[in-house]
Design a protein around this ligand. Structure first.
Ligand code: GLU
Length: 476
């Protein structure tokens, strides 16, 4: 993925980290301690498939244990390697600190192309991988809590949770060993959409700061903005869908594995996704121009570019041709350190990954808390809140029946006001609050320091200061 002239993914994250550290006055050696990856476990295990034993290679990397459990997804992809997993684990440390989820950073990966296997084979492989990790406490409700990432989803998390429960039959908190589970295995409403939803909330918050919008050479609100999305996986699809349906933006291009679709009048992510499911790719989709060299569309004219696929897609080779004035990193590490520098010099504003895609881990946190408290959010309060609301509504109804006052309630007021918040509403509210607060912290840092000229450095500074405070509190 990365050009050989450029450093690897982990070195890229380290470069960005060190850039931020140069603005801080940390005690000697502390930056080094925070930066290093504590441990990476490599496992090679065999699974009997189709009459022979196949060997798989997997990793679980723990970047920082300043808080436990450590948290981060498990990726299934053929090109997974130690460097990548360690970079992603480091990003998890900073991401968790930034959005104040009480976790250290971790990440896992399995070298596999999941499309080459049947469902029952994937289950066998996942259970075996989970077994190898769980027996070393690399899956554990109090120590290490995985989640979905590229190539994995609810289904794999359910297998992992079940495998852990089988190995720990008396652990009452077993379900908290992994997040991103389906609802019927201890999941939480709103987790699947969470990362995409977080991207939407991040953009909304950005556009609530007109001075920041102006720095991106844009103006006005999100409505009407032209957006290019790369990758229509879980994150890209949900971000594009919500931004189109709820914020009146135009998805003018979608870049996928087999090419890109362009339509200046706007694409419908649901229709494109259905086409991909039906045909295996975007080629032939009726309501758009098809461009075989999908990557070239990253360089097309737009207001906002949303890379939501792989790392390193904006690099030294194409950075100077990028026209988007605003980029939001829905993927982890889509912009290399060299590209970041080129884009900064061009005045492009980048909403960085450690903030932009933190919606997933934020809702994972809610799921973990739900599992540990063994009760659905809102279960105790909902009807009580409704009863309180009813008191007020009844009184308003009584007053509005008095013709002398001439009051009238809006037709839908009663229904809307009486509705107590259910789990999904609470999750969205918690996520929205988290994304707003984190952006405000970053933006404040960006404007407070004359020497900090970009959101990424500001975000790293906020995160590193929190991790450092945590180490200091431990006496390190
Ligand atoms: N894999 C996701 C990420 O990169 C989610 C991690 C989690 O929920 O723990 O942030």
């Amino acid at each position: 993925m990365l050009d050989t002239k450029e450093p690897g993914f982990r070195e890229n994250v380290d470069l960005m980290f060190r850039r931020a550290v140069s603005h801080l006055d940390l005690s000697p050696g502390l930056a080094e301690k925070i930066q290093v990856c504590n441990a990476t476990y490599t496992v090679r295990f065999g699974v009997r498939l189709r009459g022979k034993i196949e060997t798989f290679v997997g990793y679980r990397s723990v970047h920082s244990e300043h808080m436990e459990p450590v948290k981060g997804g498990i990726r299934y992809a053929p090109e997974v390697n130690q460097n990548e997993v360690e970079a992603l684990a480091a990003l998890m440390t900073y991401k968790c600190a930034l959005v104040e989820t009480p976790f250290g950073g971790s990440k896992g990966g399995l070298c596999i192309d999941p499309r080459q296997y049947e469902e029952h084979e994937l289950e066998q492989i996942t259970r075996r991988f989970a077994y190898e990790l769980a027996k070393r406490d690399l899956i554990h409700p109090a120590q290490n809590v995985p989640a979905p990432d590229m190539g994995t989803g609810e289904r794999e998390m359910a297998w992992i949770a079940d495998q852990y429960a089988r190995m720990n039959t008396t652990d009452i908190n077993a379900r908290a060993c992994v997040t991103g589970k389906p609802l019927n295995s201890g999941g939480i409403k709103g987790r699947v959409e969470a990362t995409g939803r977080g991207v939407q909330y991040a953009l909304r918050e950005f556009f609530r700061h007109p001075e920041d919008v102006a720095l991106a050479h844009l103006s006005g609100s999100l409505a009407g903005k032209r957006i290019i999305v790369q990758g229509l996986g879980n994150v890209g699809y949900h971000a594009a869908k919500f931004l189109r349906e709820e914020d009146d933006t135009l998805i003018t291009a979608i870049i996928e594995r087999d090419g890109a679709l362009v339509n200046p009048a706007g694409l419908d992510p649901d229709a494109v996704r259905a086409w991909i499911v039906q045909t295996g790719g975007v080629k032939g989709y009726p309501e758009a121009e098809y461009i075989e060299n999908g990557r070239s569309v990253l360089e097309a004219e737009c207001d906002i570019l949303v890379p939501a696929a792989l790392e390193g897609v904006i690099n030294i080779n194409n950075a100077d041709r990028i026209k988007a004035p605003l980029i939001i990193e829905a993927a982890n590490g889509p912009i290399t350190a060299s590209a970041d520098e080129i884009l900064r010099e061009k005045g492009v504003v980048i909403i960085p990954d450690l903030y932009a895609n933190a919606g997933g881990v934020t809702v994972s946190y809610f799921e973990w808390v739900k599992n540990l408290s063994h009760i659905r959010f809102g279960r105790m309060q909902r009807r009580n809140e409704e009863a309180h609301a009813l008191l007020l509504v009844s009184e308003l109804e009584r007053l509005s029946s008095d013709e002398k006052l001439g009051w009238q309630l809006q037709p839908d007021f009663k229904r809307r006001y009486l509705q107590g918040a259910d789990e999904l509403q609470l999750v969205r509210s918690g996520l929205d609050d988290t994304m707003r607060t984190a952006y405000q912290n970053i933006s404040e840092e960006w404007h407070r320091r004359d020497d900090v000229t970009d959101l990424r450095t500001a975000a790293f500074i906020v995160a590193i200061e929190r991790v450092a405070a945590s180490y200091r509190a431990k006496g390190l």
